[in-house]
Design a protein around this ligand. Structure first.
Ligand code: GLN
Length: 202
């Protein structure tokens, strides 16, 4: 087994390329995932930002929803940003009709929570587990987490709202670290993937 983890980026819709670049910069081999066979080959997976309703529908259409749930149940490390965070929520407050999530994190997420007028903003966010200065959080029609269950750990808040959560091997942020050139959050995820591979090979 080579030491470098292979991390997929779900490439149905959204900012796939930016995540591929950030993962490569954080010392992973990064590749797009569109088919169940490609999903089977990765050590970890990123769910990009984009439009969660579209990603949800395409995941069903491409036959990926059940394989995604199954691999997560088996402990696949997954990191979701923005729309990807919505995909990881066990419950969303305002689903569009037909919108499903993969689930995996015991949290309730509100879509577009930071408001439409204020569609996009940046803020310094202190993320537990990320060393050094706060990360520059880019929020684009971002969700926030209304509440988490006992198994989920809050890693960051902004303005009193939860914006980063971890539960076991699943990580989610409301914001987009892949857009800033600061690869520390991807680095944290790559470490989670490495630790999981080590645990699995014991
Ligand atoms: N508002 C989008 C959604 O509901 C998420 C936006 C984003 O990923 N930047 O899916």
């Amino acid at each position: 087994m080579s030491d470098t983890p292979v991390i997929g980026v779900l490439a149905l819709q959204g900012d796939v390329r930016e995540h591929l670049v950030a993962l490569a910069a954080a010392d992973a081999v990064a590749r797009p995932v569109r088919r169940p066979e490609e999903l089977a080959e990765v050590d970890g997976l990123v769910l990009p930002g984009g439009e969660s309703t579209t990603i949800s529908k395409l995941a069903v259409l491409f036959g990926l929803m059940e394989p995604l749930r199954a691999r997560m149940r088996d402990g696949l490390p997954v990191y979701g940003t923005c729309a990807g965070m919505i995909m990881l929520a066990d419950k969303i407050l305002d689903p569009r009709s037909g919108q499903e999530t993969i689930g995996g994190i015991d949290m309730i997420v509100r879509r577009n929570a930071f408001g439409r007028q204020n569609e996009s903003f940046e803020a310094a966010v202190d993320v537990e587990g990320v060393e050094g200065a706060p990360v520059e959080g880019v929020f684009i029609r971002a969700p926030w987490v209304e509440s988490v269950g006992a198994a989920a750990e809050v890693l960051a808040e902004h303005d009193g709202h939860i914006v980063a959560v971890r539960q076991g091997n699943a990580l989610a942020t409301s914001f987009h670290p892949e857009l800033t050139g600061d690869h520390r959050v991807h680095g944290l995820f790559v470490e989670m993937v490495r630790a999981n591979r080590t645990a699995e090979s014991l």
